[in-house]
Ligand binder design. Structure first.
Ligand code: NAD
Ligand code: TDX
Length: 352
């Protein structure tokens, strides 16, 4: 059993990192949390307003690939735990600018691991948790599921860079004995997700009467998990997970993209009191993503069995709640979907 006292959270201003801090800072008032985030387009301190004055929370604006800064933070805060979320996380952007992904995901992760090794020596009362994705395992056909023993087969610059970071984390455990745990999670949805990702993008466009872009024929399948369930899994792994182990996390909620888009369209109409079918008329089939992985599915049997983790949200209830959150927080969507977002979005559509 590990008892965190001083925790470095990287990427805590992004989607999953902010949900993690919003849950754990109040849950563990005696634990100090330091959030190191570069505030790229994907990070926003608006996400963290409800904890920004908490006595056990500190924000540091900086880069995980800045070795001097990371070393200085380890000296100052005497971290016994690292939870590493910071990453470039969007597959489409990795196709446009792969080197940014290598820099943050590979070099940034290596920088953190090295700082932890230097600071911790052979201590075993410390933890480095690396947050990763199911995409490192490649693409499934119509049957089967990934688990902890699935061989790596990344196929996009994003997933290749995440695979590189997973390998480095594992190598630091095997070579130096660094107390590392790794989790590979399926697609998350929920509050504070940047509207380049499918769920918030479709909600935003459906509400605004803009096209709902569906890649290819919409038959690709993803396995969905509410972000709060991912956060609870991470909290369990940090305290009760075994070092050197990997945990596959997923909600056993596979859906074809077109089903997700149609459900979101109907929920937006319902929430706004519009005639059924209004938003479905906005569905637009667009050119497919290059190298688009066909299907992901996670088998979370190990974390269910060993840590007794279960997701609390069904996909249907979670999606309904999520649509309500975005429509009730339109000012958040307006604030994050700024000029740089509109430039990116315009580029995406010119390309098709
Ligand atoms: P996100 O893009 O919403 O947030 C990433 C955060 O990292 C942002 O706050 C950004 O400012 C910060 N960041 C980026 N580069 C940085 C750098 N060099 N130094 C410091 N901070 C930097 O990402 P997310 O969706 O919250 O994903 C978090 C982690 O979870 C990632 O490692 C991702 O690979 C993984 N993951 C995501 C999902 C998903 O569905 N979103 C699923 C499985 C795993
Ligand atoms: O406009 C869209 N239209 C569309 O059909 C977008 C943005 C996506 N899609 C499709 C592509 C995927 O099959 O929807 C599916 C989901 O796409 P994304 O939201 O971009 O997520 P995905 O590529 O599956 O990756 C996500 O899950 C795993 C996260 O972005 C990763 O960070 C995480 O590791």
């Amino acid at each position: 059993m590990h008892q965190p006292r001083s925790v470095l959270v990287t990427g805590g201003a992004g989607f999953i990192g902010s949900n993690f801090l919003l849950a754990l800072v109040p849950r563990y008032p005696k634990v100090q949390f330091v959030n190191l985030d570069l505030l790229t387009y994907a990070g926003n301190l608006l996400n963290l307003q409800s904890i920004e004055d908490a006595p056990n929370y500190t924000f540091v604006h900086g880069d995980i690939a800045d070795a001097d800064l990371v070393r200085q933070l380890f000296d100052e805060h005497r971290f016994d735990t690292v939870v590493h979320f910071a990453a470039e996380s969007h597959v489409d952007r990795s196709i446009l600018d792969p080197l940014a992904f290598v820099r943050t995901n590979v070099v940034g992760t290596a920088t953190l691991l090295e700082a932890a090794r230097q600071a911790w020596g052979d201590r075993d009362d410390v933890r480095f948790h690396h947050v990763s994705t199911d995409e490192v395992f490649g693409s499934l056909g119509d049957t089967g599921a990934f688990d902890e023993a699935t061989p790596y087969d990344p196929r996009s610059p994003y997933s290749a860079s995440k695979a590189g970071s997973d390998h480095l984390a594992r190598a630091y455990h095997h070579t130096y004995g660094l107390p590392v745990t790794i989790s590979n999670c399926s697609n998350n949805y929920g509050p504070f997700q940047f509207p380049e990702k499918l769920v918030p993008l479709v909600i935003r466009n459906a509400a605004a009467g803009e096209p709902l872009p569906v890649y290819g024929r919409g038959k690709n399948t993803r396995d969905w998990l509410h972000v709060a369930d991912h956060v609870d899994a991470l909290d369990l792994i940090l305290r009760e997970g075994q070092t050197g182990e990997t945990y596959a996390i997923g909600g056993r909620a596979e859906r074809r993209n077109i089903e997700v888009v149609e459900t979101l369209a109907d929920l937006v109409d319902e929430h706004l009191g519009r005639a059924p079918g209004t938003a479905r008329d906005l569905i637009t089939f667009v050119t497919d993503r290059p190298g688009h992985d066909w299907r992901y599915a996670m088998d979370p049997a190990k974390i269910e069995r060993t840590l007794n983790w279960r997701p609390a949200h069904s996909f249907e209830a979670g999606l309904r709640e999520t649509v309500g959150w975005y429509l009730d927080n339109a000012e958040w969507l307006d604030a994050v979907a700024d000029a740089s977002y509109r430039d990116y979005y315009a580029t995406q559509y010119d390309a098709r």
